[in-house]
Design a binder for this molecule. Sequence first.
Ligand SMILES: Nc1ncnc2c1ncn2[C@@H]1O[C@H](COP(=O)(O)OP(=O)(O)O)[C@@H](O)[C@H]1O
Ligand SMILES: [Mg+2]
Length: 258
Amino acid sequence: MQLTKTLELKNIHKSYGMLNVLKGIDLSAETGQIITIIGSSGSGKSTLLRCINQLEKIDQGEIYFNGKTIISENVNDKSSQFRENIHDLRKRVSMVFQQFNLWSHMTVLQNVIEAPISVLKLKRTDAIERATKELKRVGLSDKINEYPANLSGGQQQRAAIARALAMNPEIILFDEPTSALDPELESEVVTVIQKLASENRTMILVTHDMKLAKDISNYILFMDEGKIVEKGSPDVIFNNTKTVRLKKFLESVSFGNT
Ligand SMILES: Nc1ncnc2c1ncn2[C@@H]1O[C@H](COP(=O)(O)OP(=O)(O)O)[C@@H](O)[C@H]1O
Ligand SMILES: [Mg+2]
């Protein structure tokens, strides 16, 4: 039987000028898996997520998605095949950002229906139906017609999650979704993420919340200075820590309060 590898990254390198940010990253995610990336600030976690959906171009390495080569030595980023692959990838991989990134001039509903209409070409009525369902899932049915400025940070982030879900993505990328929130608002977003985890969605999550990482991950990657220094199940990462670097990191971070 063939194992369904949804996403595979091989030997990813990325520099900004002289700064080597990613130094040969491998990552693979199978359908339904939750992969969590931990590591201190500046270690390259956001850059890695941005390379996955090609918000950043990689300098070297290979990316495969659903058995298709997105980029490799044989598919260069000038080819029409690459453009087609990227379009396909972006339709199927949604990202949730640390700072929510909602469009401030649009209501919550408009934020959520925009990409399904413009990218997936859904009819407006279908997009509204889908958005309403996803906003209900994140507990925002009563805020559909509000503007983001009238929502709390936790509500804005839940709207951003509904926006990602409305694309019906195969993978959701979360970049520190709770770190811009006050502790009392953090838990409402954590609850939504835990619910998504229980629905067997494929997720790649960057978080500073070690309790969340421990609770929901199938696999954890610890990044330091652009490399994956340790990887394994939550038990391996938290109870059988091998490197001094990870030990130090774990001593320095919060285990959450929820
Ligand atoms: N667009 C950019 N231009 C130049 N340097 C960047 C850019 N984005 C990130 N960096 C640098 O890359 C390093 C890794 O950043 P980042 O991926 O944001 O780390 P993390 O998310 O782990 O905190 C940092 O030193 C950061 O300053
Ligand atoms: Mg970051």
